[in-house]
Design a protein around this ligand. Structure first.
Ligand SMILES: C[S@@+](CC[C@H](N)C(=O)[O-])C[C@H]1O[C@@H](n2cnc3c(N)ncnc32)[C@H](O)[C@@H]1O
Length: 186
């Protein structure tokens, strides 16, 4: 697991450590993520690891209610300031330990799973399956290349999430740099 201190330190040094708001790569990936959502609208969505809320703001336009969380306070302050939308609730917390109790028809795990331990990824999968509505969509988007603090590759994390007959894949988009999948209950 990547330590909580690592992210606190990153955000102490930069407001937007991955340049989510600036890089064309991120903008295009977010556009593809939004275009891959099988439904035009979702009633209730959850986006853990929301950082400064760039994807959050885009998702908010497709959701009646969106819960976005991050364990670090600083990016949440930035996200709250830049997204005044009343349908978005920000909450400080980490997954899987602080996974919400509600049911969601959209759950988005974007650039998150490889920061978690193998055991936490198993728990995140179980929590996602438990809280996903019967016709809900679980979106996975991850960078495919290895990097220093990652506990696994994006491809490995996606393969773990597909393990088991309880989820089936609706969408797959693979590029050299990232993989995107949309899963639903079998
Ligand atoms: C690379 S950013 C991804 C931001 C956003 N999901 C996106 O795709 O643009 C990873 C974020 O995950 C957060 N994070 C790290 N460990 C986490 C955990 N256990 N639970 C929830 N978020 C976590 C970090 O604080 C950071 O803001």
């Amino acid at each position: 697991m990547t330590s909580a201190n690592y992210f606190e330190q990153l955000y102490a040094e930069h407001d937007d450590p991955w340049q989510l708001a600036e890089r064309e790569y991120e903008r295009r990936k977010f556009d593809i993520t939004l275009a891959s959502l099988p439904k035009r609208r979702y009633a209730r969505a959850f986006e853990p690891g929301c950082s400064i809320g760039v994807l959050t703001g885009m998702l908010a336009r497709r959701c009646d209610a969106l819960l976005a969380s991050d364990p670090v306070g600083r990016p949440l302050e930035i996200a709250r300031a830049s997204i005044p939308d009343r349908n978005v609730t920000f909450r400080q917390g980490r997954v899987p330990q602080e996974w919400p109790t509600e049911t969601f028809d959209l759950i988005v795990l974007s650039e998150l799973l490889y920061y978690l331990s193998a055991a936490d990824r198993v728990d995140v999968r179980a929590s996602a399956v438990r809280s996903l509505a019967p016709d809900g969509h679980l979106v996975l988007v991850h960078w495919r290349r290895p990097f220093e603090v990652a506990t696994c590759t994006g491809d490995e994390a996606h393969a773990e999430m597909r393990t088991g007959a309880d989820l089936v894949r609706l969408v797959e988009h693979v590029e050299d740099d990232f993989r995107l999948e949309v899963l639903t209950h079998a």
